[in-house]
Design a protein around this ligand. Structure first.
Ligand code: 8YV
Length: 311
């Protein structure tokens, strides 16, 4: 009898580790989990979840004995945590071990946008250099940067940007005791005070569309948006329109509303740097995340305290 089901595109190493540790069964997606025999689903007590499809009441109902959803990732917005709590299902995530790598990517994206690194690379490869250099770019030093959400990842982004001699501002629900910069009481106040807005808030219903048209307008024609959080936090239609007509200077985005099939209008924008959700995509972070996920499953199956519980 297999008590653990791994759902999602696990790499060979992580899949083997789940099989070794828990004799886990594996399916590529929730849809395929639904197609398993009822007797197999009946025995599943823990799910190792590595996907972004909604794990909602219907999905939970597929597994009558389910006691744990161990998410692969810090963001657990795909899982209906309230519904899980009602059903007595615990949820865990993989915090902290990815903070540094996500923060590095945020800063890398910002530099790539400011210094036009992608177009510079194209310029060299296309053989255009002998004909002249690309246009001058924008200096990061001294830039006024706002961090929307100063949690664990936001704090790491701030620490890195301090070394770039930027002027830091932030919004978070509570004012920090040792802030890296100026606190603003609302996201709109923050956007009015900066030229770059870096989104590092949690995803989910609470932050859906938080970066709205009004906030993008407050950033203005010189403004740049960086998002390493969730696509759902940004009004993408408002963003695309403003990038198309120059009401916003640019964007550097690792996350999108309909990943991986993103809005095709993004492809035609020359002032954006786009990444396929790579924040935590380093060998170090991903293997640490997988280990935290397994630790949670092991603790649950052994009846011990969960190392990183959400509920
Ligand atoms: C993903 C992430 O989980 O941690 C998060 O919240 O978004 C990522 O690390 C990753 O895409 C694996 O699915």
């Amino acid at each position: 009898m297999t008590a653990t089901l791994a759902i999602g595109p696990y790499g060979r190493g992580d899949a083997a580790a789940l099989e070794r540790a828990f004799d886990a069964r594996r399916v590529p997606s929730l849809a395929e989990a639904g197609a398993l025999d009822a007797a197999v689903r009946q025995d599943i007590r823990a799910v190792a979840y590595r996907a972004h499809d909604p794990f909602d009441a219907d999905a939970m109902a597929l597994f009558p004995s389910l006691g744990l959803i161990a998410n692969f990732g810090v963001g657990h917005d795909a899982i209906d945590v309230g519904e899980a709590a009602r059903r007595g299902i615990r949820v865990t995530n993989t915090p902290d071990v990815l903070n540094d790598d996500v923060a590095d990517l945020a800063v890398g994206l910002l530099i790539a946008q400011f210094r036009d690194l992608i177009r510079g690379d194209d310029h060299v490869r296309d053989g255009r250099w002998p004909g002249g250099s690309p246009p001058l770019a924008r200096s990061l030093t001294g830039a006024r940067i706002g961090i929307l959400g100063l949690g664990r990842i936001g704090g790491e982004i701030a620490a890195r940007l301090a070394a770039f001699k930027t002027e830091l501002h932030y919004w978070s629900r509570s004012r920090k005791t040792a802030p890296p910069g100026t606190w603003h009481g609302t996201p709109l106040d923050l956007a009015r005070s900066v030229e770059v807005l870096i989104v590092s808030i949690v995803g989910g219903a609470r932050t859906r569309g938080m970066v709205c048209a009004e906030i993008l307008d407050a950033l203005g024609p010189g403004g740049v948006l960086v998002n390493v959080s969730r696509g759902s936090a940004v009004d993408e239609d408002a963003l695309i329109c403003r990038l198309q007509d120059g009401r916003l200077a640019g964007a550097a985005l690792d996350v999108f509303r309909n990943e991986p099939r993103i809005d095709p209008r993004f492809m035609a924008l020359g002032t954006t740097v786009l990444q396929p959700h790579m924040g935590s995509a380093t060998q170090k972070a991903r293997s640490a995340m997988a280990a935290v996920q397994r630790d949670n499953i092991a603790a649950f199956l052994d009846g011990r305290d969960l190392p990183t519980p959400v509920v």
